[in-house]
Design a binder for this molecule. Structure first.
Ligand SMILES: [Zn+2]
Length: 158
């Protein structure tokens, strides 16, 4: 039971959606970003399942809150891409709650094996995860607030 905080996947997916602005591309890049982030050394290697849940449950709730807040904050024309980016980035980790509640992963064994194999995790990296969450949150919100670069859209507010 190891992983990057779901909050970080959601926030990086929001950043991808804000930058790509196209839902299909944001979803695909978001899913790819999940495995790229997992391959970076991160927090994990839990001492016990109880310890894992003490982090995973608040992390899951914060992720949902972040998805809701970012969706609400996103300008209407970028909202579909932002939502698609967050969904794509979070989706590979649906196997964690699925295993907890239903006893099995929804993904093929090959995907689960790959997902596990790429993860170099170690305890006591919480500060890195929390710093990363801050960076992703600021970057995503900055990208969302940046006005459209196109010159032809004068007169549009938001
Ligand atoms: Zn993962």
């Amino acid at each position: 039971m190891i992983r990057v905080l779901l909050t970080n996947h959601v926030l990086s997916g929001a950043l991808i959606g804000a930058l790509t602005r196209r839902p299909a591309a944001a979803f695909a890049i978001g899913a790819a970003s999940h495995f790229a982030l997992d391959a970076v050394p991160h927090w994990g290697d839990w001492a016990s399942p109880r310890h894992f849940l003490r982090v995973a449950v608040p992390d899951g709730l914060i992720s949902l809150a972040a998805m809701g807040a970012i969706t609400a904050l996103a300008p209407a024309e970028r909202r579909p891409a932002v939502l698609a980016g967050m969904t794509g980035a979070a989706l590979p980790d649906i196997d964690k709650p699925a295993k907890l509640w239903f006893g099995r992963s929804p993904w093929p064994d090959a995907v689960d094996a790959f997902h596990l194999r790429i993860q170099p995790e170690a305890p006591r990296r919480a500060h890195i995860e929390i710093a990363a969450a801050g960076v992703f949150a600021v970057a995503a919100l900055t990208a969302l607030r940046r006005p459209r670069a196109a010159a032809g859209s004068a007169g549009r507010l938001g």
